[in-house]
Write a protein that binds this ligand. Structure first.
Ligand SMILES: Cc1cc2nc3c(=O)[nH]c(=O)nc-3n(C[C@H](O)[C@H](O)[C@H](O)COP(=O)(O)O)c2cc1C
Length: 188
């Protein structure tokens, strides 16, 4: 029941509400190790982690702002500031990167889903450890120049930036789907 309770109470904590302390090295190791226990067709482990911590966070924010300005020289100051600050809230950001094995009999979509499960496992694990977390992508997750700067190879994809830290306020709840609208019995 405890595991179901964790799932039942799960909710994201918006990254702007995440602050110090974040998971320490030992906690991060435990979290990442647990997250790797996802279902993985073909045992390909077609994903990897990139940790963005400490001063690297602000450097990434500066890169986003510079890239946003290069893409749109008329970008508003507010939009650039938002990009600059994106990674400055949570103390730890785990970028989950899909590294699919192309041409394998396991379809790439299944490999990507395994990576998505890694992202969700990180959210659950972080919450179970008492931290708050949020899974974010944003435009940067799809910008090849930003991704190249993070060391992604052309065939790799950024599945999510998992922001992890301590919640500074209670996370807002949102309306959840009604189960009745989502379930049916198949009656052939
Ligand atoms: C793949 C993926 C990418 C997401 N990217 C963003 C994002 O860029 N910005 C955002 O506000 N929410 C994003 N979300 C939604 C949040 O992770 C989260 O679901 C939302 O804040 C609602 O909170 P909840 O998890 O408690 O339902 C994303 C979710 C997923 C699954």
């Amino acid at each position: 029941m405890h595991a179901l309770d964790v799932l039942d109470r799960r909710r994201s904590v918006p990254s702007r509400l995440l602050s110090l302390p974040g998971p320490d090295d030992a906690q991060l190791d435990a979290l990442l190790t647990a997250a790797m226990r996802v279902p993985d067709h073909g045992k390909l482990a077609p994903w990897r982690f990139l940790l963005i911590r400490g001063p690297s966070r602000a450097v990434l924010g500066e890169r986003l702002a510079a890239r946003a300005l290069a893409i749109d020289p008329k970008a508003s100051t507010a939009a650039l500031e938002k990009d600059r600050e994106r990674f400055n809230h949570a103390p730890v950001i785990v970028a989950v990167i899909a590294a699919p094995v192309e041409g394998h009999k396991v379809p790439v979509v299944e490999q990507l889903m395994s990576g998505g499960a890694v992202c969700f496992a990180l959210l659950q694990g972080a919450q179970a450890m008492g931290f708050g977390a949020q899974w974010l992508t944003g435009w940067a997750a799809y910008d090849r120049e930003i991704l190249a700067g993070l060391g992604l190879a052309p065939h790799e994809q950024l599945l999510g930036f998992i922001h992890i830290g301590t919640a500074t306020a209670e996370a807002p709840e949102r309306v959840r789907p009604e189960l009745a609208a989502k379930r049916t019995d198949w009656r052939p």
